[in-house]
Write a protein that binds this ligand. Structure first.
Ligand SMILES: [Zn+2]
Ligand SMILES: [Zn+2]
Length: 380
């Protein structure tokens, strides 16, 4: 672990760099070393992953504070983000860094094989976006969601060809590209772009398909199954290749981007992989000790209550929280013990409570005395 490179060094920022500077530095590296730009380049791939791991920590105030204090050996740096194992895919990185890849800062359309920089060929279909809302139970095990989407599909009547027969495109005279003169502050320039009428092929269809009017695609409504891995969080997203709109120009279909949302849970509050809850334990059990059943996402556990346990105590149930992204290691449940006071006492119960209260009176007085003595000391 300690042989790892310094995270600040990896991103090339100063220890006092602002969150914005860290984000900018990461973006720059992510673009430079992105696998789409460096196909087959192992070193670039490692640099890309390294930058992602550094950003994972330095972009999170808690993890950053831990790292600043303890370095790579900081507890909780690994396992949380799932970036320690090395077994994650690039799609995972995008899912994890949803905030970065959704803010439009030069990334839109530039990733996941969609880069048009210098590449010729038909334009892909548009990306589509949906969101799915998950319960903690679904997040704990992963799930398959059926979703209905409206999208363009390849026209089956013409097999996505748009019709039969072709002729030269008049707009570009069969060249596939059009030149346009533009005036700018640098003088007049010639701008060469893909022909909008034939999409760069140089040809147009002579007998257009009637079903799709030569558009090569038709509107459709489908139900598809989206497989969601365990351990995701609200704000993550998944990119499904080929599940977006079919292309109107014979290119690949776009992505379906699935945004993850988290449903509120009645019992648990989530913090990363840990879950917090409150359980009211009858006062007899707190006084005498015993066992208390506590529901978990995986069944139930029996919590040991020691005699004299005070309300407000937090008990930890290890390994019953949520799994990490790409890791089976589970977080913990933290149970805040509350006292349940019996209501609507029967006359017999009332008698016993009165007896108890008389028995305990001496004890209570000495406790109170101790309390008042402390306050007196404080004022003297
Ligand atoms: Zn058609
Ligand atoms: Zn053309």
């Amino acid at each position: 672990m300690s042989s790892k490179r310094d995270f600040y060094e990896i991103l090339g920022v100063d220890k006092n760099a602002s969150a914005d500077e860290i984000k900018r530095a990461y973006k720059k590296l992510a673009i430079k070393y992105h696998p789409d730009k460096n196909p087959g380049d192992k070193e670039a791939e490692n640099k890309f992953k390294e930058a992602a791991a550094a950003y994972d920590v330095l972009s999170d105030a808690n993890k950053k504070a831990q790292y600043d204090r303890y370095g790579h050996d900081a507890p909780g740096l690994n396992g949380g983000g799932g970036f320690s194992g090395g077994g994650f895919s690039f799609e995972d990185i995008f899912a994890h860094f949803g905030d970065i890849f959704s803010d439009g800062g030069g990334f839109s359309g530039g990733f996941g094989g969609r880069s048009r920089g210098g590449q010729r060929g038909p334009a892909p279909g548009e990306d589509l976006q949906i969101s799915v809302s998950l319960t903690l139970k679904e997040i704990s095990e992963g799930t398959v969601k059926k979703v209905r989407i409206k999208r363009f599909k390849v026209c089956s009547d013409c097999n996505g060809k748009g019709g039969t027969g072709t002729k030269n495109c008049a707009t570009c005279a069969g060249k596939g590209q059009v030149r346009r003169r533009v005036s700018s502050i640098f003088g007049e320039m010639v701008n060469v772009t893909t022909c909008p009428d034939c999409g760069g092929s140089g040809e147009i269809i002579s007998n257009k398909c009637r079903t799709c009017a030569g558009q090569k695609r038709v509107r459709a409504e489908d139900t598809i199954e989206v497989k969601i891995p365990a351990g995701v969080s609200g704000g993550n997203y998944l990119k499904l290749r080929g599940e977006g709109n079919a292309s109107s120009q014979g290119g690949q279909a776009g992505y379906l981007i699935v945004h993850i949302e988290e449903k509120n849970d009645d019992f648990f509050v989530r913090d990363g992989q840990n879950l917090f809850c409150k359980v009211a334990v009858p006062i007899y059990k707190l006084a005498l000790g015993g066992e208390q059943r506590v529901p978990t996402l995986y069944g139930e556990v029996k919590l040991k209550i020691s005699a004299g346990l005070q309300p407000g105590t937090q008990l930890r149930v290890r390994g019953q929280g949520l799994p990490g992204y790409n890791s089976d290691y589970k977080g913990d449940i933290f149970v805040e013990v509350q006292a349940y006071i019996p209501e609507n006492l029967s006359s017999r119960e009332k008698e016993l409570f009165v007896e108890l209260s008389e028995l305990g009176a001496g004890r209570d007085e000495s406790r109170e005395k101790g309390l008042f003595d402390k306050i007196k000391e404080f004022f003297s």
